[in-house]
Design a protein around this ligand. Structure first.
Ligand code: GDP
Ligand code: MG
Length: 312
């Protein structure tokens, strides 16, 4: 999906040289695999840091960031090129409003994506949140209903606000493990993926710290409390997801108006009913008839029917 309007990705030059080198190497790996375009979609609730994460990735303040939820309904796309490689980044507004899923926002997102191919979905949540409620699961369910279950094979969980001191003397690792486990659990349930299937194809989790106060290493690269240089790490995991053997999600007219992509099994319902009729119901009926034939009628019943002794 080459975008004619794509501008040169100059934001990459705002990164320290060490980060730039790692990014160039990762993008080179993609090009080596004949991938010359990467379209990244971001989704999640409002205020979790979606726009900030994309800006961090671009090295640019392209998307507007707001501490208060005044995002508007329209998705936005930013396309950048570098050495014949095109990066398309699509930001979306949060899909929750007043405690409910905003179906209108979802519909606008879907139409905006028409004829686009989503290579990766970044599902964003905050690391420093402690509660999970039924609405969280609902967000995942709505995304699944919109794009099909297959989107989760192309997704990663991004946890923002990663520079934190865990409460109650928990270690950073324990806190991260507990929080990511809780989010992954509601993602699995919301997407309707069986535990075994989920374990076979786990959704990778990436930590992000968008704050200007994010600590840096000696080379000036932004690091997490555990020392990970998070921008190259985010890109590394994106590249891994793109290369995991799954198909990208093509948003075509059929996906937009067609039946729910998760309900394709419905087409088999008439076949299943026919199978039940011929192999199950007919069989049972045959057996019942046989049973009736073989049944010895008790004497009192014959008498009641007036045939007990043949006098009548
Ligand atoms: P969106 O609604 O999901 O797009 O969220 P925004 O990117 O607009 O961010 C909402 C607020 O959270 C803004 O005030 C951001 O500055 C802040 N924010 C986003 N990510 C982080 C982060 O990783 N750390 C910190 N400390 N603040 C963040
Ligand atoms: Mg935003």
């Amino acid at each position: 999906m080459a975008t004619p309007l794509a501008r040169e990705w100059t934001g990459i030059q705002t990164f320290p040289v060490a980060t730039q080198n790692k990014l160039v190497e990762l993008l080179g790996k993609l090009k080596g695999d004949n991938v010359d375009t990467l379209t990244i979609l971001v989704m999640g609730k409002g205020g979790v840091g979606k726009s900030s994460t994309l800006n961090s990735l671009l090295g640019d303040r392209f998307f507007s960031v707001s501490a208060f939820q005044s995002e508007g309904l329209r998705p936005m796309m930013c396309s950048r090129t570098r050495a014949d490689f095109t990066l398309n980044i699509i930001d979306t507004p949060g899909i929750v409003e007043g405690g409910y899923i905003n179906e209108q926002a979802l519909d606008i997102i879907k139409r905006f994506l028409l004829n686009k191919t989503i290579d990766v979905l970044l599902f964003v949540e905050r690391l420093d949140a402690y509660r999970v409620d039924s609405l969280d699961k609902q967000v995942v369910k709505s995304i699944t209903e919109t794009f099909g279950k297959a989107i989760w094979r192309r997704s990663l969980l991004v946890l923002t606000h990663a520079q934190l001191s865990p409460p109650d003397g928990l270690s950073y690792e324990d806190f991260f493990a507990k929080r990511s486990e809780a989010v992954l659990r509601y993602m699995r349930l919301g997407a309707g993926i069986r535990r075994k299937e989920f374990e076979a194809n786990p959704i990778p989790v990436v930590l992000v710290e968008n704050s200007g106060r994010c600590r840096t290493n000696d080379l000036g690269e932004k690091i997490l409390p555990d020392g990970t240089t998070w921008i190259p790490n985010l890109v590394k995991v994106i590249v891994e997801v793109v290369s995991n053997g799954s198909e990208p999600v093509v948003v075509d007219q059929q996906l937009i108006d067609g039946p729910n992509p998760n309900n394709w099994g419905k087409h088999f319902i008439p076949l299943i009913l026919a199978f039940q009729y011929f192999f199950v119901i007919k069989n049972i009926r045959g057996r019942i008839k046989q049973d009736i034939k073989n049944e010895r009628v008790p004497a009192w019943e014959l008498r009641d029917m007036g045939r007990a002794d043949g006098k009548f």
